[in-house]
Design a protein around this ligand. Sequence first.
Ligand code: NI
Length: 201
Amino acid sequence: MDTSNRYGDFRSSEPASQPVSGSGQEVIESSQMILKIVKYPDPILQQPGEPITEFNDELRQLVADMFETTYASSGVGLAAQQVGVAKRVTVIDLSLGKDPAQRLVLVNPEIIFREGKQYEEEGCLSFPEIREKISRAAKVRIRAQDEYGKWFEMDGEELLARAFQHEIDHLDGIVFLFRMSALKRNLNLRKIRKMQSEGAW
Ligand code: NI
């Protein structure tokens, strides 16, 4: 299955690969933890994140753990709210951990430009089994800080643009369920309640 025209901090059908250590770049020898992913309707998912003001080791450990958690779930992105932390930090890696150059850390990100429309399927690690087409801008430019506090701007289109919008929504306390039409939202809420009653959520 081609994931290139899909977005999600979703489970992909491809197995997650472990990040390679000792491959050229300086590798920080710290232990990374797989964190528990919070599922809807945990209220933290609808809580806007606090801006990050301290760029310290604690933040960088959170970022490392969030990447580890994303890879363990075969996801391509994760927002802090999804691991129970209401702060404005998200990680994205469209390569599912295969290409270190694609690891993106967005701290205090904002969308400063958007253009066009796209309508593609998304998933979310906080909504296992739920996939739905969501209307998004086709291209966006974001401004964000990295885990050391350095500001940068970056353009994204297609899948990357969807990732930016999906994850920044999380930081604003908006889950993709609320980007769906009322009809689709209600269908998916019913599906979630059914899974909950079966102990599958
Ligand atoms: Ni999500």
